[in-house]
Design a protein around this ligand. Structure first.
Ligand code: COA
Length: 260
């Protein structure tokens, strides 16, 4: 499949999806969101792919936000639909993907860019990365999950400070606030993300998907995360991966997981 605004490459069962509008700092317009939806669906369906990496093209920006030029003249219903469609097509899709998603944050991650990184399961940033939710400076609020996912990652107080001040934080603060898992020099960003992906994909794909569902369940309103964990845990016992993992342990060999 080829895309107008994305580059897609595979290596070692890791699919890297690069948002490729560098002259617009990879801003997320509707076409790009629709393409990301397709690319994520394709990655999930492809049995040869175990982990997805999301990054931005160029050395300056991961994603500098939703495309301001595209929504500047939207009406109230259009604004509401923009948030609803975007959340469904992209941000919730990333968070609930059945394969681990790592965001390699290679520069500015602002507004929808930070919201995209926060939807991923793991975030690694380059030293030059800058993160923020500047929406209130435009007279709007974060609409792609930022008011919910940022407090979960950094706590309500720091999230309020970031959202209300509209100020960016640097990679060092993002690391210390728990917003990103690691910070590395830019030239090591993709290789570090790839190494983590390879480490993750040594594990059972069925267990990885179950773990993502169980962790996410704790953040769903009204859901009982511990109960979901019990159910997901139990289901693992019926998988070929579980048989393989436990048999390989007893036989003192490396497990060969098939994702069944
Ligand atoms: N939407 C649309 N276009 C964007 C964009 C966005 N979110 N962010 C950057 N761009 C475009 C700029 O308009 C410019 O395009 P042009 O050359 O056609 O005029 C191009 O990307 C380069 O950006 P520029 O502002 O010239 O780069 P800079 O280095 O001076 O500043 C930023 C970088 C990230 C600080 C600045 O681009 C910015 O503040 N962007 C908006 C961030 C934002 O508010 N995001 C939240 C949206 S809800």
């Amino acid at each position: 499949m080829s895309y107008k605004n994305l580059l897609v490459t595979d290596a070692d069962s890791v699919r890297t999806i690069t948002i490729n509008r560098p002259d617009q700092l990879n801003a997320l317009n509707r076409d790009t969101i629709a393409e990301l939806n397709k690319a994520l669906t394709a990655a999930e369906a492809d049995k040869s792919i175990r982990v997805v990496l999301l990054t931005g093209s160029g050395q300056k920006a991961f994603v500098a936000g939703a495309d301001i030029k595209e929504f500047a003249n939207f009406s109230v219903p259009e604004g509401k639909a923009l948030a609803a469609d975007g959340q469904k097509q992209l941000f919730d899709h990333v968070e609930h993907l059945g394969k681990p998603v790592i965001a390699a944050v290679n520069g500015f991650a602002l507004g929808g860019g930070l919201e995209l990184a926060m939807s991923a399961h793991v975030r690694i940033a380059s030293e030059n990365a800058k993160m923020g939710l500047p929406e209130v400076s435009l007279g709007v609020i974060p609409g792609y999950g930022g008011t919910q996912r940022l407090p979960r990652l950094v706590g309500k107080g720091k999230a309020m400070e970031m959202i209300l001040s509209a100020q960016m934080i640097d990679a060092n603060d993002a690391y210390h606030w728990g917003l990103v898992n690691r910070v590395v020099p830019q030239e090591q960003l993709l290789s570090t993300a790839h190494e983590l992906a390879v480490r993750i994909m040594k594990n059972s794909p069925t267990a990885l998907a179950a773990a993502i569902r169980a962790v996410n369940a704790g953040y769903e309103p009204g859901a009982n995360g511990l109960q979901r964990e019990i159910e997901e845990f139990g289901k693992c016992f019926g998988t070929a991966d579980f048989k393989e993992g436990t048999t390989a342990f007893v036989e003192k060999r490396k497990a060969n997981f098939t994702g069944a």
